[in-house]
Design a protein around this ligand. Structure first.
Ligand SMILES: [Zn+2]
Length: 327
C-alpha cells in the first residue's frame, strides 16, 4: 500500500504531466500479491491492447531502454494472483488484454520507471510495427488507425522553439551545475525522454559536471558529480552510465554542454525500415547524433540552448515524417 500511496502523490503527478495517465480512470489499484494495476491513457491503452492481442504471450520491446528495464512484457492469462505471479517472475511489468498494465515494483520511483518505460516501449513498438506494415503494403485495423491518429495528432507535434535557458559560457562549477539542472528539467518537460531517463553535462575548469547514474533528469538538485576531463578518479563510479560518450563529445566535438535524451519519434525513425535510414542526412546541419534504437546526443558550444533546440528539432522532424507516412 505504501507504493500506491506514494504513486498517488508525486509519481502520479509525473505520470499525468507526461500524458501517460489521468483521463478519469483510477490510476493505480492494488491487487493481491502486492502487484499494482494501472490504467494508461489513450493512445497507450489501445496500443498495449493491440500488441497484447498479437503478442503470443509476451511483448518484446524494440527500444534499448525498454529492453534493459523491462526485458519484455508478459501477457498473463488472467489477473488472478497465481497467473500474475507466474507472468511477473523476474519481470517489472505485465500487459493486459484491455490495455492496462500490472507493475511488480514495490517502491513508487521504481513503479513509475516501469510504468513509463512500458508505455514508451509499447508506443515505439506499435508505431514501428505500423510503419513496417505500411511498407509491406499491409493495411491497419480500425482500432490501430484510431490509436495512430490520436498519437500523431497535430496537437501533439513537438513545438518549434525550445524555452530559453540561461546563456553561457558558464565560468564556474556552481553555474555549470545550475545549467545542467535547468536543462534536465526542460528536456523532461518537452517530453524528450521516456520516464525521467536521460543525462546532461557541462564542462568547465578541467571538469565535466554530469548527472549521477540513476538520477531522474528532472530532479538533478544535489545529484551532479564532477569528473576530471580525462575520466579519472573516484567520482566516475557515481556518474551517468553515458559518461564515456559525454567525455568523447566534449573532447572531440569541442562542446561544453552535452544533452542525452530519448525522443520517441527519433527512436522510432532509427528503428523503422526503409526511408528513415536517411536520417543522418536530415540532421546534417544539427549538432546531434542518433544512437539507433536508443536515443539522441546533442551538443552545445557554449550552453544548453543549442543542444535542447537540436533535440527538439530532430524529434519534430521525425514526428512529421512518421505522421506524413502513417496518417
Ligand atoms: Zn539513453
Amino acid at each position: 500500500m505504501t507504493a500506491v500511496r506514494d504513486l498517488a502523490a508525486k509519481h502520479a503527478a509525473k505520470a499525468i504531466a507526461a500524458g501517460l495517465a489521468g483521463d478519469g480512470a483510477p490510476l493505480f489499484e492494488p491487487l493481491d500479491g502486492g502487484f499494482v494495476r494501472c490504467a494508461p491513457k489513450e493512445p497507450y491503452r489501445a496500443m498495449i491492447a493491440a500488441l497484447a492481442a498479437r503478442s503470443g504471450g509476451r511483448i518484446v520491446p524494440q527500444d534499448a531502454e525498454g529492453r534493459v528495464i523491462l526485458v519484455d512484457l508478459p501477457v498473463p492469462r488472467s489477473t488472478g494472483a497465481g497467473d500474475l505471479a507466474e507472468a511477473l517472475a523476474g519481470r517489472r511489468a505485465a500487459a493486459l488484454a484491455d490495455g492496462g498494465l500490472v507493475l511488480a515494483d514495490a517502491t513508487a520511483a521504481a513503479a513509475f520507471d516501469a510504468f513509463s518505460s512500458a508505455c514508451f516501449a509499447c508506443y515505439v513498438k506499435f508505431v514501428v510495427d505500423a510503419l513496417a506494415a505500411r511498407k509491406r503494403g499491409g493495411s491497419l485495423g480500425a482500432g490501430e488507425r484510431r490509436a495512430l491518429a490520436l498519437a500523431l495528432d497535430p496537437s501533439r507535434r513537438p513545438p518549434e522553439r525550445a524555452p530559453d535557458l540561461s546563456r553561457g559560457p558558464f565560468a564556474d562549477a556552481d553555474s555549470a551545475r545550475a545549467a545542467v539542472i535547468a536543462a534536465g528539467r526542460a528536456t523532461v518537460a518537452l517530453g524528450l525522454v521516456g520516464a525521467s531517463f536521460g543525462n546532461a553535462s557541462y564542462a568547465v575548469g578541467g571538469s565535466l559536471h554530469i548527472s549521477e547514474t540513476g538520477a531522474p533528469l528532472d530532479e538533478l538538485e544535489g545529484r551532479i558529480v564532477s569528473v576530471p576531463l580525462d575520466g579519472s578518479g573516484q567520482a566516475v563510479q557515481k556518474a551517468s552510465s553515458e559518461l564515456a560518450a559525454h567525455l568523447r563529445i566534449v573532447r572531440e566535438a569541442g562542446a561544453r554542454a552535452v544533452l542525452h535524451g530519448h525522443p520517441r519519434h527519433a527512436v522510432i525513425a532509427s528503428l523503422a525500415p526503409g526511408r528513415f535510414q536517411s536520417l543522418p542526412d536530415a540532421l546534417a546541419d544539427h549538432p546531434v547524433a542518433i544512437a539507433p534504437g536508443h536515443g539522441a546526443f546533442a551538443a552545445g558550444r557554449v550552453d544548453f540552448n543549442e543542444a535542447l533546440q537540436a533535440l527538439l528539432d530532430v524529434e519534430r522532424r521525425c514526428f512529421d515524417e512518421i505522421a506524413g507516412t502513417l496518417i
